[in-house]
Design a protein around this ligand. Sequence first.
Ligand code: DP6
Length: 332
Amino acid sequence: MRLVHDNESKPLRAVAIAHPNVALIKYWGKREVSANLPAVGSLSVTLGALATETRIEFDPSLEHDLLLLNGIEQPAGHGRLAACMNALRDLSGCDLYARVESENDFPTGAGLASSASGYAALVTAGAAALGIDAHETRLIDIARIGSGSAPRSLFGGMVLLENDGDGTVCEQIITPEDWALSVVVVITSEVPKPVTSRDGMEQSRLSSPYYAAWVDTHADDLRQAVGYVQDRDFFALAELAEHNCLKMHSVMLTTRPPLLYWLPATLAVMHRIGELRAGGLPVFFTIDAGPQVKAVCQTEVADEVTGALGAVPGVLRTIVGELGYGARVVGG
Ligand code: DP6
């Protein structure tokens, strides 16, 4: 197959932005590595305060895909980026290569879900450039090939991703307007993590004695969490989300070799959040494969939570924002 693009037609380019997301009920482990199918479903909030912007242009003069991440050229000819680009080409019938420029306004690879927003922005921009309908459900699968958490960043507010037969389904369950929640991202290190989520979760599957229990108890956590969201029961969701997060970290800690993503400041922030909640504030923590803490709170206490957590020794800075919208096209 060679170019189907007519050089006289308008340029095949688009710009999209997507926000990272943080899971309250988490994904850790795959049921199938080649299609990147998660072992468990997940429930996330989209983080309006952070964003990835991706510009993509399919160009007949290119001999291969080119990727610039934060201005630095990355290998683009193989792996998951290539798999996503090829899937977009297959879906559209176009076989041109593309130049992709992606910028994050937050630390990359430091447990802030840069791959989720990155692949959601890539798929959204790529689909727009190639004239693929944004509601095409196969875009969810293409984003998932890039990163298991990326389909969640296609949507805003709170998002549910579930296994469904041979694939996954992903949908928004509440909009940002439905529940006034904020997330305070507490940065304790800007250094990229030593073990990626992709490698770490596979090591956990192969070696943690707790991995099977994690998978077996997960569906109940997910079902209960969705019920608490529907009831807007913040404190019940808080207790369950922290439990699910600590269960995932128990699996990480019992992986061989161990995955200890926390720093002393991570633990100090967890304790501080516990004190704040014991004092009545609607706030809870969640932590991914990195040392940052995300404090989820009701928006009316976001300033108070930000002030308290910013003062914890070892905290470098905080970023606060409300729930964000799904990935969207912002330019051509
Ligand atoms: C700890 O989606 O980054 O953030 O599918 O291999 O790209 P891959 O993994 P990724 O893993 C996310 C793991 C997590 C929990 C979560 O976001 O659900």
